[in-house]
Design a protein around this ligand. Structure first.
Ligand SMILES: Nc1ncnc2c1ncn2[C@@H]1O[C@H](COP(=O)(O)OP(=O)(O)OP(=O)(O)O)[C@@H](O)[C@H]1O
Length: 270
């Protein structure tokens, strides 16, 4: 392991927050679905920067554009207008093959459904994306991820022999295994009971604080968002607010204001 890598492993998140510490960026990001009268503007000229080495949560009412934002930032979906960069690479305009390689090499994904392969054990599931890509895992890094996630004594177990929380931890380790520049997590606690959910949030937090990773998490849960460094609030396809060092109470209060606006709009329609 190089000195820089060693330093990155032991450097607190704040030290990663340098002027050039932008993991992903969008300018004028616009995404429309459909055409003509049925067009839905899911993202409306969004400007956003995702700080490197930080944990960012994305919240907002249902249909506000959270998943679309995540998909466009991750190059999973093409944009209608605007530009997206991953680090210094502009991904808007890349061909599908280049995008696939970029996603594989530089991005980790965690979804609500763990997407583990039932016939493979935990260790095999963790390294599967790298095996498919023909990459050799950095064993020291992998060891650290496995220990941080407390999976050492579960590596030979198949998904069916693991609890929901343990399965999500395996999915978390899989997302971290190739040491991606950016991890996108879409409702990673959505299918877990509150204890297992808390565990996974703790591990995402550790991935940022102890491993220097960058995490972007879409969530509906103010308690989950409280584990992040910064919450971005989306409303009708725009970033309408942000909150640093969030608490569950403050996030809940902010979310209630969306309900008030929605309630007023509904009564106008009546
Ligand atoms: N494939 C699609 N075709 C048409 N409209 C879509 C498509 N995907 C999303 N939309 C619309 O775009 C808007 C934003 O959707 P998106 O899934 O990003 O919202 P969200 O904030 O993630 O919602 P939720 O919290 O309910 O998951 C919604 O109005 C949705 O109906």
């Amino acid at each position: 392991m190089s000195r820089t890598e060693e330093a990155a492993l032991s450097t607190p998140a704040s030290a990663h927050d340098s002027a050039d510490g932008i993991a992903a960026r969008a300018r004028g990001l616009t995404k429309a679905y459909g055409s003509g009268e049925t067009t839905v503007l899911a993202l409306d000229a969004v400007d956003v920067e995702i700080a490197r080495g930080r944990f960012t949560a994305v919240m907002g009412p249902s249909g506000s554009g959270k998943s679309t934002l995540m998909h466009c930032l991750a190059g999973l979906d093409n944009v209608s207008a605007g530009q997206v960069w991953l680090g210094d690479t502009e991904i808007t305009g890349l061909r599908e093959r280049e995008l696939t390689r970029l996603r594989r090499d530089r991005i980790g994904f965690m979804f609500q459904s763990f997407n583990l392969i039932p016939t493979l054990n935990a260790a095999e599931n963790i390294t599967l994306p790298m095996d498919i890509a023909g990459q050799k895992p950095d064993e020291k890094w992998l060891d650290q991820v496995i220990d941080t996630l407390g999976l050492r004594d579960r590596l030979r177990h198949r998904p069916a022999q693991l609890s929901g929380g343990q399965q999500q931890r395996v999915a978390c380790a899989r997302a971290l295994a190739s040491r991606p520049e950016l991890i996108f997590a879409d409702e990673p606690t959505g299918n877990l009971d509150s204890r297992a959910g808390l565990e996974v949030l703790g591990f995402l937090r550790d991935a940022v604080d102890q491993l220097g990773q960058t995490v972007v998490m879409v969530t509906h849960d103010p308690g989950a968002a409280a584990h992040s460094d910064l919450v971005l609030f989306l409303g009708d396809g725009r970033i309408v607010d942000e909150m640093a060092r969030p608490t569950a109470e403050a996030v809940l209060e902010r979310m209630k204001r969306f309900d008030v606006i929605r309630g007023a709009a509904d009564s106008e329609e009546d």
